[in-house]
Design a protein around this ligand. Structure first.
Ligand code: GFB
Length: 310
């Protein structure tokens, strides 16, 4: 990749896209294209096509998506399927029409079957039924992987797919109805500590296991794959280490300095029991995650001063 190549980062306002932009800038890439959703609605094919026609990006990081935690996925089922299919179809198709050299499609570990063996290897894709709460999102992401592969097979396009584990970091969503568990627990514990509340409610049983990666590591891995990986199929991006939601809650409680009780609300869904990534493929390619969870959460917590609820 030339430092002056036009690089389009779709979704640059989100947690993942903004981390990729920071990484590219740090590495000296000088021609980064970004547009907000108010300027370009990625669900509209003619708008996306006109953008590619006018700007001719050479590389595309496809980090634009409708995302959210377990409740948002389960509630906005139509939006999660429709918006994500439209966004990725329009971008991948426009990339082919306008001669993009390489595209990286980003998905999620929820593409794997709900009860797949652990850790999750790339070849477990489509070997069993999906977790119901995020089936629409997972179906869209699986379609994205297959579309990249189909453009590679039929038209020779160098489109690659990477599946990150659960992510956290700057520009995460702290809206308690829509967020993922890690930002939700930071906010709940911080507010409880500030207001002197005796307990914090944790959704589900606390037993599900999750793996978390700082988004700056994901951005580094994404650039690494853009520069070093040119194959069909998918690559997992993760740390290879997981913990239970209860252990996560205890860790966040300690970081925030909250001393109240944790109450587990089992009327809320647990989701997938476990989704630990097998990261041996990525490690063999030459990349490893390096931010440990406690360091990463402490860093994120120290940077939250600009949030209105803080
Ligand atoms: O992070 P999360 O929303 O998504 O939830 P998933 C992870 C686990 O934390 C679930 C529990 O077992 C939740 O019940 N949890 C406990 C909470 N307290 C809370 C809370 O206050 N808020 C939230 N959000 N969870 C998503 C998928 O699954 O992960 C997406 O829905 C995507 O498709 C994303 O793959 C990465 O890890 O269960």
């Amino acid at each position: 990749m030339d430092k002056n190549s036009p690089i389009y980062v779709a979704g640059h306002r989100g947690m993942v896209g903004s981390a990729i932009v920071r990484k590219l800038e740090k590495e000296g890439f000088s021609n980064i294209l970004t547009l907000s959703s108010a300027q370009l609605d990625l669900r509209r094919q003619t708008e996306v096509d006109a953008f590619f026609q006018a700007n001719k990006p050479a590389y595309v990081f496809l980090a634009a998506a409708k995302v959210g935690g377990i409740l948002a996925n389960n509630t906005y089922r139509a939006d999660f399927l429709y918006d994500n299919l439209m966004i990725q179809n329009n971008i991948i198709h426009a990339a082919w029409q306008h001669g993009v050299e390489k595209l990286l499609f980003l998905g999620s570990s929820c593409i794997y079957p709900k009860l797949a063996p652990q850790p999750l290897r790339e070849d477990y894709l489509l070997t069993g039924p999906l977790e119901a709460t995020n089936e629409p999102y997972a179906i869209a992401k699986i379609a994205g992987i297959k579309l990249c592969d189909a453009f590679r097979t039929q038209y020779g396009c160098n489109y690659i797919s990477a599946m990150p584990t659960n992510l956290y970091g700057p520009n995460d969503n702290y809206d308690l109805e829509k967020s993922h568990v890690l930002p939700a627990l930071i906010r709940k514990m911080h507010e409880a500590q500030k207001n002197g509340s005796p307990e914090v409610v944790i959704w589900g049983s606390g037993a599900p296991m999750r793996e978390f990666m700082h988004v700056d590591d994901l951005a580094e891995a994404s650039l690494f794959l853009m520069q070093n990986f040119n194959e069909p199929g998918l690559v997992n991006i993760g740390t290879g280490v997981d913990l239970s939601i209860k252990e996560l809650a205890l860790l966040i409680r300690e970081i925030v300095g909250y001393s109240g009780n944790l109450r587990f609300d089992s009327s809320k869904p647990d989701g997938t029991p476990r989704k630990l990534m097998d990261v041996s493929k990525l490690n063999k390619l030459g990349w490893k995650a390096h931010t440990d969870l406690e360091t990463g959460i402490r860093k994120v917590y120290a940077e939250l001063g600009n949030q209105e609820w803080f």
